[in-house]
Ligand binder design. Sequence first.
Ligand code: CU
Length: 192
Amino acid sequence: MTNKLSRLLRPSGIEETIGLLALALAVFLAIAAAASAHSVKVGTLELKHPWARATPEGAKVAGGFTTIVNTGTEPDRLVSGTATFAGRVEIHEMAMEGDVMRMRPLPEGIEIPAGGEVALKPGSFHLMFLDLKAGLKEGERVKGTLTFEKAGTVDVEFAVEAVAAGAGKKDDHGGHGAAPAEHGKDGHDHAG
Ligand SMILES: [Cu+2]
């Protein structure tokens, strides 16, 4: 009777142990993922993994990125931002003009469609941090705010990632981090 019982129990005991290990691993992975990919919620919006590009020595500008998801039934609009580490923040886009990649400020901001999402990413829409007070170093978190027409102002922590992070093809000018020197060249004098 006892033997029979233990034979019945043993396999499930092992399964239980494996199950617990798997659960522990899942929890660990979830925590690790949460640490590297944070997000911020405000109203019907979620800002996924806000990050800024680490800057080379002496740089005065940096790019900021995040994907903004709107789960609401009305569109909203990213209209402005601030940063503790920069004199001012502008909303920019990069786009091909003929065969040259140029960037331009978007004074009207960026619409986030109802039930849709907009990615601020290298080579596309981005935040432009101007008049940097200090360089941005990989691994640190820096603070700012973003303001939306409807959702209002939200505190955002940007994870600073490597200069080459998010760079796509070699010929896309490395998106933004490689671009400080190119800003002026492209006819956008950010110093003014
Ligand atoms: Cu820019």
